[in-house]
Design a protein around this ligand. Structure first.
Ligand code: C5P
Length: 264
């Protein structure tokens, strides 16, 4: 060394150095986001993935949701300075850096976890989960044995998680999603009102290039009437970019005070 120190070199492995540098910048970025990010200091809860409704101990009803949109949104909200909790159905995705995760299986479990998050204080609730509309009325205690040519399983309606949270007295800013194959805008606008949402993002799942398992998405966002905000078309982009644009849309609505504009 120039200072005269003599001995064996003690440089850490390059991989470890690279990791430490990355961590340093992540921490620095987070510190800035916590102060100046679009969702700085907000408590965000996101439901994601499918739900699994048991038929018996080995079988269940579910759907093809992968949870990608919800996980991308969780990462985008965290990057915007929020404290994020993901309530995830069974998916094979890594938890985004800095995000808290609660794993659930059924719709009822997802609702219970959502209500708990509400009690702990939640400013923004984003429902991306593809919740099963129905669950099995009576889950069999033992594996159902093959018998006749037909098997009838009675189903009962699952609770609507996003609508239930929106009905609570201290409700957060509510964001819903609508996946449709036709009359997209009409159905989405209907859901916005029926579920008492503040914002809804809808996409056309009949298109093979976007939605569900795809890495890309294209959406139209509608705001509740009292925001006096025009609909926003989000062009086809990666789910990460769409998530970023959705964060911007949430930020716009949260800071848009139509009453102020009407005074002028
Ligand atoms: O009615 P539909 O299932 O199309 O509504 C989609 C929106 O409602 C999504 O935001 C979804 O996460 C939410 N939803 C829910 N609980 C249900 C059904 C849907 O939170 N049981």
């Amino acid at each position: 060394q120039a200072c005269g120190d003599v001995g064996l070199g003690r440089m850490p492995e390059p991989e470890e150095l690279a990791q430490q540098v990355t961590e340093y910048f992540h921490k620095a970025q987070r510190t800035i986001a916590e102060k100046f990010g679009m969702l700085a200091g907000k408590q965000v809860t996101i439901t994601a993935g499918p739900t699994r409704e048991a038929i018996d101990p080995v079988r269940y009803i579910s759907n093809h949701s992968t949870g990608k949109m919800g996980f991308a949104l969780a990462a985008a909200c965290y990057a915007a300075g929020a404290n994020v909790t993901l309530i995830a159905g069974p998916v094979s995705l890594d938890t985004p850096n800095g995000v808290k995760r609660k794993n659930v299986s059924s719709a009822v479990q997802m609702l219970n976890e959502s209500m708990q998050m509400l009690e702990q204080g939640c400013d923004i609730f984003i429902a991306t989960a593809a919740v099963a509309d129905y669950r099995v009325a009576q889950v069999a205690e033992h594996k159902i044995k093959k018998a006749g040519d037909e098997l009838n399983v009675a189903l009962v309606k699952n609770p609507d998680i996003v609508a239930t949270i929106a009905q609570q007295e201290k409700r957060p800013f509510m964001v819903g999603f609508a996946a449709e194959t036709r009359n997209i805008e009409e159905y989405a606008a209907g859901k916005l009102v029926a579920k008492k949402l503040d914002m809804i993002a809808c996409n056309d799942v009949s298109r093979a290039d976007i939605g569900f398992a795809s890495d890309e998405n294209a959406m139209t966002v509608f705001f509740a009437e009292h925001y006096h905000l025009d609909k926003r078309d989000l062009d086809k982009a990666s789910k990460q970019e769409i998530a970023q644009q959705l964060v911007e849309a949430i930020h716009t609505a949260l800071h848009h005070n139509p009453a102020v504009e009407e005074d002028f």
